[in-house]
Design a protein around this ligand. Structure first.
Ligand code: SF4
Length: 197
């Protein structure tokens, strides 16, 4: 692993900056390929992640793996992290204060990896990073803000209770990795939403 990411991992592991540190079993730092073209950003660790200290290893993680593999990509090829690195009790949505307290870690992960695109998984990441809501209406879209590209899709957990959504996630993953190839080939990318501030 990259030394700077290793340092962030250590900081996250020991972090007590917000109250989620009091109820977690383990912090869950980001994990994956630090040379990845894409960072996936979800909401927060769940029960399995909290037990093992690794992101997206529960049912939602399996759904993400299925969608990635359907696009010809393995988990090891990408970097996966969350808006907050510790599990909120009973999987509640992390508060704005918790998200703001934790965001410095994500900012550093992005600075180090310098992804060509950030894939936002679900409403909490959409809201935290782009002040958005109702991602289901915006999924599949490409956003540019401060010269950083973002791709919007649903959280893999949404596919657990609504089986039809797995085809949506698969479709979006295919689009995302086709898009990444186009970016690497220097092709012009059609931006759907441009943030001017
Ligand atoms: S959620 Fe983030 S800020 Fe809060 S204790 Fe965990 S690592 Fe620290």
């Amino acid at each position: 692993m990259n030394k700077k990411l290793e340092k962030i991992k250590e900081e996250v592991t020991e972090c007590t900056n917000c109250e989620l540190s009091q109820t977690r079993n383990n912090s869950v730092p980001g994990k994956g390929n630090f040379k990845s073209d894409v960072i996936f950003v979800g909401e927060a660790p769940g029960k399995n992640e909290d037990m093992h200290g690794e992101p997206f290893i529960g049912i939602a993680g399996k759904k993400l793996t299925i969608a990635l593999e359907n696009a010809g990509i393995t988990r090891d090829e990408v970097y996966i992290t969350n808006i907050v690195k510790c599990r909120p009790p009973k999987n509640r949505i992390p508060t704005v204060t918790e998200r703001n307290t934790c965001k410095n870690y994500l900012r550093k992960e992005i600075e180090i990896i310098k992804p060509k695109i950030i894939c936002i998984l679900g409403n909490t990441a959409f809201n935290s990073l782009l002040d958005g809501k109702e991602i289901i209406k915006f999924r599949g879209k490409i956003v540019r803000k401060n010269n950083q590209l973002y791709f919007l899709t649903i959280h893999p957990a949404a596919t657990i209770y609504n089986q039809k959504l797995i085809s949506v996630l698969k479709k979006d993953m295919k689009k995302l990795f086709k898009l990444i190839e186009e970016i690497k080939d220097g092709k012009e990318i059609k931006i759907n939403i441009e943030y001017t501030s």
